[in-house]
Ligand binder design. Structure first.
Ligand SMILES: [Zn+2]
Ligand SMILES: [Zn+2]
Length: 234
């Protein structure tokens, strides 16, 4: 849309924040700055495995059930504005939200030397049928924006989801592992052999999806796997 056209449309139909309903300024898209300011990124000390706040080096959850990626980090709790933002991106086609989420993820990458040294960002794939229905893979949109900020290239389509699975967030904890186990395969092992990869997803819950992806990546000869997500429930 041209600037003039946008100005006319804005005048007739003033865009409002889709979270709080207040008028957006010309520079704002979808969510206003006042809403974004309510994001509370996790503060250290964090568990060195799952990145959730923890006073122990490795939290109790990770001690019981270690994640397969060497380390996972998320922006913050899957609640409030982060949850709203992810929903707008995932279910309402508000792709511009991904730019702001990627900025928070870039801040995390800047804190983690091992992440900075990664060879590729690999978005967790959707099943092709779901991607067709939605029109895009939100994890790819986030990874692409993050790539622009960090310079780490995105490797899309190296992982494929071969089974149509339910959204992990909708399933009880005990079903999440069986839902995704064996649901992924590597399409081109030569591209990723001996490489360090950061898996990118919108939300991680128990880590079952990240684990299933890591399993096939390691089997294909990947050197190290890390994980990044926009949110995780705590
Ligand atoms: Zn707002
Ligand atoms: Zn942990």
């Amino acid at each position: 849309m041209t600037h003039l056209l946008r100005a006319v449309v804005d005048l007739l139909l003033p865009p409002v924040c889709e979270v709080c309903g207040h008028r957006l300024t010309y520079d704002e898209r979808v969510i206003c700055e006042a809403c974004w300011a309510k994001v509370e990124p996790f503060n250290p000390p964090l568990c060195v495995r799952c990145g959730r706040p923890s006073n122990k080096k490795v939290c109790d959850t990770c001690r019981e059930q270690p994640l397969l990626p060497r380390r996972v980090r998320a922006i913050g709790n899957y609640d409030g504005i982060l949850k709203e933002a992810i929903h707008l991106l995932k279910y309402n086609h508000r792709l511009s939200v991904a730019s702001r989420l990627a900025q928070y993820l870039a801040d995390i990458v800047a804190e983690e030397p091992e992440f900075q040294a990664a060879d590729y960002l690999v978005p967790v794939p959707l099943h092709p049928t779901r991607e067709r229905e939605r029109g895009y893979n939100q994890a790819y949109v986030i990874a692409y924006r993050l790539s622009l900020l960090t310079g780490i290239p995105v490797l899309n389509n190296v992982l494929r989801r071969t089974r149509y699975t339910k959204d992990q967030i909708d399933l009880p904890k005990e079903l999440r592992k069986s839902n995704v186990w064996g649901a992924f395969r590597v399409t081109d092992a030569d591209k990723i052999r001996d490489k360090t990869i950061i898996l990118v997803d919108d939300v991680f819950t128990t880590g079952a999806t990240l684990n299933a992806c890591t399993q096939v990546l390691v089997e294909a000869g990947v050197h190290e796997v890390y994980g990044l997500a926009c949110a995780t429930p705590v």
